[in-house]
Design a protein around this ligand. Structure first.
Ligand SMILES: [Zn+2]
Length: 158
Protein backbone atom coordinates (compact mmCIF):
# COMPACT_ATOMS: atom_id res chain seq x y z
CA UNK A 1 0.00 0.00 0.00
CA UNK A 2 2.80 2.40 0.91
CA UNK A 3 4.37 1.79 -2.45
CA UNK A 4 1.13 2.43 -4.22
CA UNK A 5 0.65 5.69 -2.38
CA UNK A 6 4.14 6.74 -3.25
CA UNK A 7 3.57 6.17 -6.94
CA UNK A 8 0.23 7.83 -6.77
CA UNK A 9 1.98 10.82 -5.32
CA UNK A 10 4.64 10.89 -8.01
CA UNK A 11 2.00 10.63 -10.70
CA UNK A 12 0.11 13.50 -9.14
CA UNK A 13 3.25 15.60 -8.97
CA UNK A 14 3.93 14.96 -12.63
CA UNK A 15 0.42 16.02 -13.50
CA UNK A 16 0.13 18.93 -11.11
CA UNK A 17 3.42 20.54 -10.11
CA UNK A 18 1.72 22.40 -7.28
CA UNK A 19 0.75 19.17 -5.59
CA UNK A 20 4.37 18.52 -4.68
CA UNK A 21 3.85 20.60 -1.57
CA UNK A 22 0.98 18.47 -0.39
CA UNK A 23 2.85 15.23 -1.06
CA UNK A 24 6.01 16.23 0.73
CA UNK A 25 4.25 17.61 3.75
CA UNK A 26 2.70 14.30 4.74
CA UNK A 27 6.04 12.54 5.03
CA UNK A 28 7.84 15.47 6.59
CA UNK A 29 5.30 16.31 9.19
CA UNK A 30 5.36 12.83 10.65
CA UNK A 31 8.98 13.39 11.67
CA UNK A 32 8.69 16.97 12.76
CA UNK A 33 7.31 18.68 15.84
CA UNK A 34 4.38 20.92 14.91
CA UNK A 35 6.25 24.19 15.44
CA UNK A 36 9.98 24.68 15.80
CA UNK A 37 11.40 26.91 18.50
CA UNK A 38 12.60 29.38 15.89
CA UNK A 39 9.14 29.63 14.41
CA UNK A 40 7.65 30.08 17.85
CA UNK A 41 10.09 32.83 18.74
CA UNK A 42 9.63 34.78 15.57
CA UNK A 43 5.88 34.43 15.91
CA UNK A 44 5.96 35.26 19.60
CA UNK A 45 7.83 38.51 19.32
CA UNK A 46 6.96 39.77 15.85
CA UNK A 47 10.16 41.73 16.39
CA UNK A 48 13.70 40.60 17.07
CA UNK A 49 15.01 40.32 20.61
CA UNK A 50 16.73 43.44 21.84
CA UNK A 51 20.49 43.18 21.56
CA UNK A 52 21.47 46.30 23.43
CA UNK A 53 20.32 47.97 26.61
CA UNK A 54 18.97 50.91 24.60
CA UNK A 55 16.89 48.60 22.38
CA UNK A 56 15.58 46.76 25.41
CA UNK A 57 14.45 50.00 27.05
CA UNK A 58 12.82 51.08 23.78
CA UNK A 59 10.95 47.74 23.55
CA UNK A 60 9.84 47.98 27.15
CA UNK A 61 8.66 51.51 26.65
CA UNK A 62 6.57 50.47 23.64
CA UNK A 63 4.92 47.72 25.71
CA UNK A 64 4.42 50.11 28.62
CA UNK A 65 2.61 52.52 26.27
CA UNK A 66 0.27 49.77 25.08
CA UNK A 67 -0.54 48.80 28.66
CA UNK A 68 -1.00 52.39 29.73
CA UNK A 69 -3.28 53.15 26.76
CA UNK A 70 -5.37 50.03 27.31
CA UNK A 71 -5.77 50.99 30.94
CA UNK A 72 -6.74 54.56 30.07
CA UNK A 73 -9.30 53.21 27.59
CA UNK A 74 -10.79 51.05 30.36
CA UNK A 75 -9.91 47.86 28.50
CA UNK A 76 -6.94 46.41 30.36
CA UNK A 77 -7.73 42.94 28.95
CA UNK A 78 -6.29 44.28 25.69
CA UNK A 79 -2.98 44.69 27.47
CA UNK A 80 -2.79 41.07 28.57
CA UNK A 81 -0.36 40.01 25.82
CA UNK A 82 1.91 43.02 26.29
CA UNK A 83 1.85 42.31 30.03
CA UNK A 84 3.18 38.82 29.44
CA UNK A 85 5.73 40.10 26.89
CA UNK A 86 7.02 42.75 29.22
CA UNK A 87 7.92 40.17 31.87
CA UNK A 88 9.91 38.32 29.25
CA UNK A 89 11.69 41.49 28.08
CA UNK A 90 12.46 42.59 31.64
CA UNK A 91 14.40 39.39 32.24
CA UNK A 92 17.00 40.48 29.69
CA UNK A 93 17.45 44.10 30.70
CA UNK A 94 19.97 43.59 33.51
CA UNK A 95 21.98 41.17 31.39
CA UNK A 96 22.09 43.73 28.55
CA UNK A 97 23.04 46.52 30.94
CA UNK A 98 26.00 44.40 32.05
CA UNK A 99 26.93 43.67 28.46
CA UNK A 100 26.82 47.39 27.72
CA UNK A 101 29.58 47.93 30.25
CA UNK A 102 27.50 50.06 32.62
CA UNK A 103 29.12 50.38 36.05
CA UNK A 104 28.12 48.30 39.06
CA UNK A 105 26.17 51.19 40.62
CA UNK A 106 24.20 51.74 37.42
CA UNK A 107 23.46 48.03 37.08
CA UNK A 108 22.30 47.90 40.71
CA UNK A 109 19.89 50.79 40.07
CA UNK A 110 18.63 49.17 36.88
CA UNK A 111 18.21 45.89 38.69
CA UNK A 112 16.12 47.56 41.41
CA UNK A 113 14.00 49.31 38.75
CA UNK A 114 13.43 45.99 36.97
CA UNK A 115 12.32 44.38 40.25
CA UNK A 116 9.89 47.24 40.78
CA UNK A 117 8.50 46.82 37.26
CA UNK A 118 8.15 43.05 37.59
CA UNK A 119 6.27 43.60 40.81
CA UNK A 120 4.02 46.33 39.35
CA UNK A 121 3.19 44.54 36.09
CA UNK A 122 2.87 41.25 37.99
CA UNK A 123 0.11 42.78 40.12
CA UNK A 124 -1.74 44.05 37.06
CA UNK A 125 -1.47 40.61 35.45
CA UNK A 126 -2.62 38.91 38.65
CA UNK A 127 -5.76 41.01 38.62
CA UNK A 128 -6.48 39.83 35.08
CA UNK A 129 -6.30 36.27 36.42
CA UNK A 130 -8.84 37.11 39.15
CA UNK A 131 -6.17 37.06 41.81
CA UNK A 132 -5.39 39.80 44.30
CA UNK A 133 -3.46 42.43 42.39
CA UNK A 134 -3.72 46.01 41.34
CA UNK A 135 -5.21 48.25 38.68
CA UNK A 136 -2.64 49.79 36.37
CA UNK A 137 -3.58 53.21 37.67
CA UNK A 138 -2.50 52.10 41.16
CA UNK A 139 1.01 51.13 40.03
CA UNK A 140 1.47 53.70 37.26
CA UNK A 141 3.53 56.10 39.42
CA UNK A 142 5.91 53.27 40.35
CA UNK A 143 6.17 52.21 36.72
CA UNK A 144 6.94 55.75 35.55
CA UNK A 145 9.57 56.22 38.27
CA UNK A 146 11.23 52.92 37.33
CA UNK A 147 11.25 53.90 33.65
CA UNK A 148 12.87 57.23 34.53
CA UNK A 149 15.67 55.20 36.17
CA UNK A 150 16.03 52.97 33.12
CA UNK A 151 16.19 55.99 30.81
CA UNK A 152 18.74 57.75 32.99
CA UNK A 153 21.26 55.04 32.11
CA UNK A 154 20.72 55.11 28.37
CA UNK A 155 23.86 55.93 26.44
CA UNK A 156 23.89 59.45 25.00
CA UNK A 157 22.51 59.53 21.46
CA UNK A 158 25.33 59.34 18.89
ZN1 LIG B 1 -1.60 36.85 32.46
Amino acid sequence: MRRLNFFACVALVAALPLAVIGCNRTAEEANRPPVSIDELESEHAGRPHAETYAEAVEDLDALRSQISEASAAGDIEKAHDPLHDIGHSLEHVVELANKQGLGADAVAEISAAVEKLLDAFGKVDAKLHDEPGAEYSEVEADVDAAFATLRKHLPAAP
